[in-house]
Design a protein around this ligand. Sequence first.
Ligand code: A2P
Ligand code: 11C
Length: 344
Amino acid sequence: HPYRVAILGATGAVGTELLELLEQRDFPLADLKLLASARSAGRTLTFKGEQLPLEAVNDDSFKQIDLVLASAGASVSKAWAAKAVAAGAVVIDNSSAFRLNPTVPLVVPEVNPQAAAAHQGIIANPNCTTILMAVAIYPLHQVQPIRRIVAATYQSASGAGARAMEEVKTQTQAILQGQEPVAELFPYPLAFNLFPHNSPLNGEGYCEEEMKMVNETRKIFGAPNLRVTATCVRVPVLRAHSEAINLEFDQPFDVAQARAILSQAPGVKLVEDWEANYFPMPIDASGKDEVLVGRIRQDLSHAAGLELWLCGDQIRKGAALNAVQIAELLVQQNLVRPAIALAN
Ligand code: A2P
Ligand code: 11C
């Protein structure tokens, strides 16, 4: 049966993509409500050729709603998710607010679809870098368990939202006109520059984004002791993140076998033209559903190591598409049902 859906954060980079995906994938909708901040109230967005009004989220927003797709940041999710669940909705939350909560499934449909069934009203969508990496490496992990992951990321402006994408364009224009670039959302100019991810640092010197890759990957893989380390970097790319990933196994992993596995893997597209030196690039990944994977090669420093490179659309598979796929999974398994109580 069709569902009454609300998008919280509908005007954002991920929110607008959610709208597009619900339309493109013909999600079974009975009703679609668009929620954002008071700044957006009165505006409209187009859905299936119709103008839908934007409402400022409020205490009545979730009455008569079956499913909420939330993408307005962690503080907004913390403020509203429990209210939405209490009103009888299931929330698929794109923020970091509940991801590590043991009562909240953290789901990448290609990896752990079975986890969704245990939801108590909230299902979390992982961080973008984590989703993209998980899709690319889980098929290898199933054949031979990964012992250690060393990742370096090259993250686009879109990860910081729609206004951050505008900021990097404005900075680029300023520099090309001989002016000083202005950094407002980002701490430093990103145009013609890059910087380590500016999320808060922990006592060991890792930023939140890096710890998301560590902790979320362990939870999604159901491998609490998996060794993961990461360096996350923001680069002046508009959308689509890239990652260089080193994997260590117990036994050598045959490169040809890895390539064969990934050429068949769900959600993955192998992009390797060794003669042309052509491999995944963010401009090719932008707007695509698949995670592009290439440059699969033996680790020269370790007999049981593999190197690979990936690019994936951060807004799509890294966020909105994964959330819509979770919604589709819930529909298929009849899991869009009110939680009895939200365990705290
Ligand atoms: P608004 O456009 O009204 O500010 P992005 O990730 O691209 O920055 O988008 C953030 C999304 O979260 C936007 O849709 C934004 O709406 C929404 N948002 C931000 N703050 C709030 C809030 N306090 N309540 C509801 N929605 C919010
Ligand atoms: C980035 N991945 O690219 C971050 C933004 O936990 O959902 C998303 C933060 C999150 O900066």
